[in-house]
Design a protein around this ligand. Structure first.
Ligand code: API
Length: 287
């Protein structure tokens, strides 16, 4: 089958965007994997699909698949690109759109300076909703919040802050992200048995109360140049651990994301959203 796509990136986190507003493509996990493959397909960290409004008060449905073909609940950098896409394609004339994802409704807003701000909704701390299995372990208290010990290979134990932005996150505080063992340790955290739906592994370096650096080993995609929900989760963790203020510029390998959280309401993320190219791809029909 031949599909038309748009390649986009948000702070270097890259996406293939598919338009299903006029009908479903009916892609399988294997076909999503092929599209995301950087040698045999287009190449992307995630595939974002635009679907028509599911109901009153909602403009679009926003469907997200990781490069491994699995559908997931949320993608922050993708939400900014989604808003840019539907505006540029004339699918809406609004600068603020309400889109439904598996984890709920989020609200991206196109700003005059070309960046996009997204109301990502509130963080979730109930362990069962992350989900995280804390049976048999005790948390350590840091700055008034708990971090949990994860036993890794070779007798290593790391302390992680555990929370959800609709998708699961395990955040470690590190002194230097460049020295953090993201590629060696990230897969162990991602697949740790205490995360029954796997997890995104964040490595947060606090520079001062309003500046931080972040690397993320993403569930289903590996290390990406930036992770929007990961930046939200990391800043929320840093605030709750008493290390960050309510507005933080997060430096990732792909660019800067600005995260704001007042300590109880929704998390706001602001960053770039760029169209790279348009194309067509021939992929084998599903078996
Ligand atoms: N890998 C994530 C989905 C994409 C999140 C990331 N690209 C973002 O910008 O939030 C997960 O499996 O939950």
């Amino acid at each position: 089958m031949r599909i038309r796509f748009t390649k986009m990136q948000g702070a270097g986190n890259d996406f293939v965007v598919l338009d299903e507003t006029r009908g479903r493509l009916g892609l399988t996990p294997a076909q999503y994997r092929l599209i995301a493959d950087r040698h045999f397909g287009v190449g992307a960290d995630q595939i974002l699909t635009v679907r028509p409004s599911p109901g009153a008060g909602i403009d679009f449905e926003y469907v997200i698949h990781n490069a491994d073909g699995g559908e997931v609940e949320q993608c922050g950098n993708g939400a900014r690109c989604f808003a840019r896409y539907v505006r540029d394609k004339g699918l809406t004339d609004r600068d603020v759109v309400r889109v439904r994802t598996l984890s709920g409704v989020i609200e991206p807003r196109l700003n005059a300076d070309g960046r996009v701000t997204v109301d990502m909704g509130p963080p979730v701390f109930e362990l069962a909703q992350v989900p995280f299995d804390a049976r048999g372990i005790e948390p350590a208290m840091e700055g008034g919040w708990e971090t949990w010990p994860l036993a890794l290979a070779g007798g290593t134990t790391v302390q992680v802050a555990v929370l959800s932005m609709g998708n699961p996150h395990a955040v470690q505080l590190v002194d230097d992200v460049d020295a953090a063992p993201v590629r060696e340790q990230g897969p162990q955290v991602e697949h740790h048995a205490r995360f029954p739906r796997r997890v995104n592994a964040g490595y947060l370096q606090v520079q001062d109360c309003s500046h931080a650096r972040l690397r993320v080993w993403e569930r289903g995609a590996g290390e990406t140049l930036a992770c929007g929900t990961g930046a939200c989760a990391a800043v929320v963790a840093g605030i709750r651990l008493g290390r960050l203020d309510a507005r933080v510029d997060v430096q990732t390998h792909g660019g800067v994301l600005t995260i704001e959280w007042d300590g109880r309401g929704p998390v706001f993320m602001t960053g770039p959203a760029v169209t790279v190219f348009e194309g067509e791809l021939e992929i084998p029909d599903a078996p």
